[in-house]
Unconditional design. Structure first.
Length: 368
């Protein structure tokens, strides 16, 4: 299994080796339950760095284990950490919109309190469908008082075993006895209007701006200025609202849409098809390397607020590597001060404007 490339912030500067994370306490519950789990075909998720997947694969060399991620960065980091311990040929790391179409006799999930409820239901239904009759699902949450996950599992399985562990979490075990009587579709469509055009969006659980246009994205759309023939980069595209609006804002616009979530890329592609938008290319990318071409006229970004601004800094660095001299970056945010302090590291002519609850920051790419 080849090692993924190191993450970069600068063209000439590599990040340090990925941070090693200890096993999360509730994922340890999965590992501790392994003596009672007999399986040769395993599908699982992780709350950390694939510790359950690695442990199962190394201790059960006859088993085929597929560990699934909805974030390319987390998948790459997990591969680094696992492969640092040595090769493991029976473990695959997947970053795809859905669980693999594998007939499994064990599906193992790790969930966190306060996570995306609709995504959790979607994944558990998929997990049930992947199980063979007699196959088992084991699920853990970091909530030792959980009742919600228990109720969701009881909608899928006739019998669910519940084991709470004080101050750690709750473990559930259940066995598939037959096909589901009813399969729910968690995908949806929504519409928004821009410049007189009604734009249809395909949306899925787990994707930013699911079911409705985000107010930050709407602000970015309302304030962006495009000219015919522009080459545009949308960083962190989510379902693709900004990309779609940009593609129709002027003639002959080409848009590259980047996101680390494979469902976001899928939604952007499907939305492009729904609207017959020909100029959009959606790419799964957590480092911005696909756009390191220095030939973009405009970069659009609506960075998230978590991760202590590490993702926001990556967005700015990606814009720096993408823009041609004189190109422009537009950032929408509610926390303008951080950006005003950081953006001079990359850009010039920084301006701030107010748009409701948001601030829109624009800057120009200097001559290198």
């Amino acid at each position: 299994m080849p090692r993924p490339s190191k993450k970069k912030f600068r063209d000439d500067e590599e990040f340090d080796e990925p941070q090693v994370l200890p096993v999360r306490p509730h994922e340890q519950l999965l590992i501790d339950a392994m003596p009672e789990l007999t399986a040769t075909r395993v599908i699982c998720t992780t709350a950390g760095r694939a510790q359950f997947a690695e442990t199962f694969a190394r201790e059960r060399p006859d088993a085929q284990v597929e560990c699934c991620f909805l974030d390319l960065f987390q998948k790459n980091q997990s591969e680094f950490q696992v492969l640092d311990h040595g090769p493991v040929d029976n473990l695959k790391f997947l970053c795809e919109p859905d669980l693999p179409q594998t007939a499994a006799d064990l599906v193992a999930f790790t969930f966190r309190k306060g996570g995306d409820a609709e995504l959790t239901r979607d994944l558990m239904q998929q997990g049930y469908q992947r199980l063979v009759d007699g196959g088992r699902m084991i699920a853990v949450t970091d909530n030792d008082e959980d009742q919600w996950l228990h109720e969701q599992l009881k909608e899928l399985f006739p019998k669910v075993t519940r084991r709470p562990y004080r101050k750690i979490g709750t473990l559930y075990l259940a066995t598939r006895t037959g096909p589901l009587k009813k399969v729910k579709n968690y995908d949806c469509e929504f519409v928004f209007r821009d410049r007189g055009r009604l734009i249809r969006m395909h949306s899925r659980p787990g994707v930013f701006s699911h079911r409705r246009i985000d107010l930050g994205a709407r602000t970015l759309i309302n304030t962006m200025q495009l000219k015919p023939g522009m080459k545009v980069l949308d960083i962190g595209c989510g379902v693709g609202t900004v990309s779609l609006a940009a593609s129709f804002a002027a003639e002959n616009i080409s848009v590259m849409a980047l996101d680390s979530n494979p469902r976001a890329i899928q939604c952007t592609q499907l939305s492009s098809q729904l609207n017959d938008a020909k100029g959009i290319t959606a790419i799964l990318d957590c480092e911005g390397q696909s756009a390191s071409t220095r030939d973009f006229d405009l970069v659009l970004a609506n960075p998230p607020y978590f991760s202590n601004y590490a993702i926001a800094e990556l967005f700015l660095d990606t814009a720096y590597r993408a823009l041609k001299t004189g190109g422009t970056v537009h950032v929408v945010t509610k926390t303008a001060n951080w950006f005003l302090e950081r953006m001079p590291m990359w850009f010039v002519d920084i301006q701030e404007s107010e748009a409701g609850d948001y601030r829109v920051l624009t800057a120009r790419m200097p001559k290198r």
